[in-house]
Design a protein around this ligand. Structure first.
Ligand SMILES: *Cc1c(COP(=O)(O)O)cnc(C)c1O
Length: 410
């Protein structure tokens, strides 16, 4: 038997059945008409946003859309956050379509094409510049359009976020502009007709270490102050990135966000004079939406092989790649999962849950202890709210994408 990660405490149970947003998995699947299915409980996301607001009263909250771009969900998040961070023109369209003012969008990501820069400039989206070459292209496009672009500089910091699952800054990186090259670029921007929107620094993702995050944020504030001093330009905004993690695996401990909030608020109050008029923001993805999602899939077959029991389900890594261990992890470990109609019941047996794809990579639960499940039963795979549907190869093997559904909304 191998351990599973923790099931978020927000999910209820009625007569032994898993409840998502107060409804049973069976009822949700009946409404959707098919399995597999992604369900997102918006009430959980609202509670996360409220918790952020309480812990970070002086810091703006942006949603990093790539964590979950499902239109229904973005539509509900947009009025509750101060901005949305996008990483493509498609994501910018989704955010604008969800009612977010284009002025409140920022556009990060290496390799923005000319058409994307033009779209951002025409709509007044802030471009987080990832290179000197991108700055030159943006300026040329703005001049051609006769518009004043909103430009921020993404800084590749000279440090990294210790212990994060995915490193996004520090050392040689495709993201951002090395800190020592930033002053020259900002000085050259100051001589152009641009609205300078400040600095963007993103050091890493999926961190569960509050001390490492506090340390990295303090270093970001110090770096931004140093750069602003060097160029003599006060940044209107300092975007401190995302990266708050959620517990996926056995022994992961939930992040003490209140402690991070207290430290960042203290940093903000004591910020250097050059940042006196600088607004701070965080752009969070995973921590806001990750725990709110459940992937529901139905057992198609139950079989024995080599003395082990396999449950074969109608879903797989083509929808929930991360749960198979093939998205950003080195060692495969088990996400939490449950038999939906026997939620919380004592396990009867050890089984391996495999997806329906014809590849040995498609394992959703490896030797996990579960109540007995038969063909036709629903399996719930938790932590499917971030980097799930949109981060999986849904065209692989031709089963097509899974429907997505929002619950917990009035
Ligand atoms: C992905 C990303 C985020 C969000 O990261 P999370 O770990 O989901 O919070 C924030 N900012 C940028 C620039 C990103 O690329």
């Amino acid at each position: 038997m191998k351990p599973m990660g923790p099931i978020p405490a927000d999910f209820g149970v009625r007569d032994g059945a898993l409840l998502i947003g107060g409804r049973t998995a069976t009822a949700l699947v009946r409404d959707a008409g098919e399995t597999p299915l992604f369900v997102y409980d918006f009430a959980m996301i609202e509670r996360r946003i409220a918790r952020f607001r309480a812990a970070f009263p002086s810091i703006d909250l942006h949603y990093a859309l790539k964590a979950n771009p499902f239109a229904g969900l973005v539509h509900r998040i947009a009025p509750l956050v101060d901005g949305i961070d996008v990483a493509s023109m498609g994501e910018a369209r989704t955010a604008i379509g969800a009612g977010m003012a284009a002025y409140c969008l920022s556009f990060a990501g290496p390799g923005k094409r000319d058409a994307e820069l033009e779209f951002a400039i025409a709509h007044g989206v802030t471009i987080n510049l990832e290179s000197v070459g991108e700055a030159q292209r943006a300026l040329a496009i703005a001049a051609r359009l006769g518009l004043r672009p909103r430009l921020a500089v993404r800084v590749n910091p000279d440090f990294e976020l210790r212990g994060s699952g995915m490193r996004m800054g520090g050392g040689a990186k495709p993201f951002g502009i090395d800190a020592e090259r930033v002053p020259e670029l900002v000085r050259s921007l100051a001589s152009e007709d641009v609205e300078f929107r400040g600095f963007h620094i993103f050091a890493g993702s999926q961190s569960l270490d509050p001390d490492a995050i506090i340390e990295a944020q303090a270093a970001m504030v110090a770096l931004a102050a140093r750069l602003a001093e060097q160029v003599g330009v006060a940044p209107s905004r300092l975007n401190l990135g995302g990266g708050f993690g959620i517990p996926y695996f056995a022994d992961d401990v939930p992040l003490d966000v209140e402690r991070i909030g207290a430290a960042l608020e203290a940093q903000y109050r004591a910020r250097p004079a050059v940042l006196a008029n600088t607004g701070f923001c965080l752009e969070l993805g995973r921590w806001l939406v990750g725990e709110a999602g459940v992937y529901l899939t139905r057992v198609v077959d139950r079989k024995e092989s080599g003395g082990q029991t396999f449950l074969i389900v109608d879903g797989g890594l083509h929808h929930q790649l991360a749960a198979s261990g093939n998205f950003g992890t080195v060692v495969r470990r088990n996400y939490p999962l449950a038999v939906a109609h026997r939620f919380g019941a004592e396990p009867d047996e050890v089984v391996t849950v495999c997806g329906c794809l014809c590849t040995p990579l498609d394992r959703l639960g490896d030797q996990v202890a579960l109540p007995r499940a038969e063909a036709g039963d629903l399996i719930a795979i938790f932590l499917a709210g971030a980097y799930g549907a949109s981060a999986s190869p849904s065209a692989f093997l031709g089963h097509g994408p899974a429907p997505e559904m929002l619950v917990g909304t009035p």
